[in-house]
Write a protein that binds this ligand. Structure first.
Ligand SMILES: [Zn+2]
Length: 275
């Protein structure tokens, strides 16, 4: 497969093709593009594991054989790929960690809780139980810091009523990965395809499709959770700064990828501006 990479400028599609063609320069770009969000996910959900080792493991598995992560990706856009990548990262890290810590929450009692909240608050609560603080929730959702904090407190009180005082204080900050892993297994025949979550979030969807999707999500914990996952991964992918040079070099070296930048690293517009 001939892949034309114009002086180090990759689009999502040239990046995919370069990786599928096994070009080290493509994989280096892949690591560069996806390591900040990956680092965040691992640090947030798997803070007890050795981070550098886990990060290298995820990318090594992604590269795999003959295209690795790209082989089972059926989508066409970067947005869709983000959800696919998030799932892959979490699965790899779960495998490295072993069994998840115990939680009193399961898909049934968690849904019972969420159902007592209006649909708009449910997705934010899912992110709350993924241990994001009210400040982070305000950044990830449409709710203010204060409203996020209040809704979380309300959820804690309702859980105490539902499950008894034994749930303990600050349940939201516990590790509920066992709950989320169980929710991910509950995919039904009518569940939304990955591309839909990006289109929903961006508003690139007809009102009819939107209405249909929203009606499904109102009754489906699996898709509600996927919607929250998309919101999370898309947000961090866009706001996190690029990997620090030293960190990136260490990771590339651990993966056996070339460390040097391409000889001509200026993009055409930088040259145009004489930068
Ligand atoms: Zn569904």
């Amino acid at each position: 497969m001939g892949v034309l990479v114009v002086e180090g400028v990759f689009s999502f599609h040239t990046l995919r093709d370069a990786c599928l063609a096994g070009q080290p320069v493509g994989w280096r770009e892949f690591v560069k593009t996806y390591s900040p969000v990956t680092r965040h996910l691992l640090g947030h959900y798997f803070s007890r594991q050795d981070q550098a080792g886990l990060l290298a493991r995820v990318f090594r598995e992604a590269r795999g054989e003959q295209g690795g992560i790209w082989k089972d990706f059926q989508g066409t856009s970067e947005k869709e790929f983000l959800l696919h990548w998030r799932q892959f990262v979490i699965e790899q890290a779960r495998r490295a960690r072993g069994p998840a810590p115990e939680t009193p929450l399961n898909p049934e009692n968690f849904w019972q809780l969420l159902e007592t909240f209006p649909p708009l608050q449910r997705e934010m609560l899912i992110l709350g139980f993924r241990r994001y603080s009210p400040e982070q929730l305000a950044d990830l959702s449409k709710f203010s810091v204060q409203a996020s904090g209040e809704i979380l407190e309300q959820a804690q009180r309702r859980l105490e009523e539902q499950l008894g005082k034994a749930v303990g204080e600050g349940l939201q900050r516990h590790d509920h990965d066992a709950l989320f892993a169980a929710i991910e297994q509950q995919r039904g025949e009518k569940c939304c395809p990955g591309r839909l979550f990006a289109r929903l979030a961006d508003g690139q969807i007809s009102w009819r499709e939107r209405e249909e999707a929203e009606r499904h999500i109102e009754n489906c914990l699996h898709c509600l959770d996927r919607s929250a996952q998309y919101r999370e991964v898309a947000r961090f992918f866009h706001v996190l700064p690029p990997a620090a040079t030293g960190d990136l070099q260490d990771l590339l070296e651990a993966l056996g990828l070339p460390v040097e930048e391409p000889l001509r690293k200026q993009t055409w517009w930088q040259r145009l501006l004489g930068g």
